[in-house]
Design a protein. Structure first.
Length: 285
């Protein structure tokens, strides 16, 4: 499950990567004009101010659990999220790219339950003191080909693989008998690692005064082994890139996943949507 220590380690790796990019780019080409249509490498780190809507159900051995609106039931608490994007443009034609992406969001909270919840085959009673955990990571590796490439824009088709890593847990400590009483510690968790193939379309347009528009969509819908569901990822950014080592972006990202799972570590369904503004820093070299 994604947690605070994992995210801190991840952010440390991201910071190291960004530092290397900035030092290398500034040392080699401090005054070169950037060109997002030709430069071989790009790395972008962003964060969100978004609205999240998660409905999840973790079933037990004897039947389905309670569908939980996670945000209204366990919202608040510690919340972290970021997105890292990058690509390597290769080949003499400049039309081929290898792309990667890492999105991470996690949330922890402690509260008193307002209603009974059945989660993973256990009943968590009303007024019980609950610690909730939720973590969601997406890793993507994709190949892109610019089937339309001009001096000021290009349109790319892509095919790739998402690995979606999801974890959620509820923990109730033993308390005195009565309303909200728990006779012993209860902890149930579900973990899921789902490989999801995706296809997509992406476009980059050059605007005056070092501005660029970068927009893309990726989709998936299939029934593969223990997974049955769909995925959509929509993203549009306006970037100001006056230097190779200095790029500031503002845009919008919406991600939807609807997945039914019948696995060993997770049996149930997940419907998660996030959408909202995104700010980012980009370096090219």
């Amino acid at each position: 499950m994604a947690n605070s220590s994992k995210l801190l380690r991840g952010l440390g790796v991201v910071a190291a990567l960004m530092t290397g990019v900035l030092l290398g780019a500034s040392a080699r080409a401090a005054d070169d004009a950037p060109n997002l249509l030709d430069d071989p490498f790009a790395l972008s780190l962003g964060t969100f101010i978004f609205k999240s809507d998660l409905t999840a159900r973790l079933d037990g051995d004897l039947g389905p659990g309670t569908p939980i609106d996670w945000e209204s039931t366990f919202g608040g608490g510690d919340f972290t999220r970021f997105r890292l994007d990058g690509h390597w443009r290769f080949g003499d034609s400049g039309r081929h790219k290898a792309r990667f992406m890492w999105f991470s969001a996690s949330q922890r909270n402690s509260l008193t339950l307002q209603e009974d919840i059945e989660f993973g085959g256990e009943i968590y009673p009303v007024d019980a003191k609950i610690n909730s955990e939720f973590g969601f990571d997406i890793y993507e590796l994709a190949y892109e080909y610019a089937f339309l490439k001009r001096e000021t824009y290009e349109l790319d088709g892509s095919i790739g693989l998402h690995l979606m890593s999801l974890g959620m847990a509820l923990n109730a400590k033993a308390s005195t008998p009565g309303v909200g009483g728990v006779s012993g510690d209860i902890r149930r968790k579900g973990t899921l690692d789902a490989p999801l193939p995706v296809i997509g379309l992406r476009g980059i347009w050059q605007l005056p005064r070092n501005f660029w528009v970068d927009a893309g969509v990726q989709v998936f819908s299939a029934n593969i082994d223990q997974y049955d569901g769909s995925l959509q990822d929509y993203r549009v950014m306006v970037n100001w890139q006056p230097k190779k080592w200095l790029g500031l972006g503002f845009g919008y990202n919406q991600f939807n996943v609807d997945l039914k799972v019948d696995g060993d570590n997770f049996k149930g369904n997940v419907n998660w949507k996030y959408k909202g503004p995104m700010v980012s820093y980009t370096a090219v070299f």
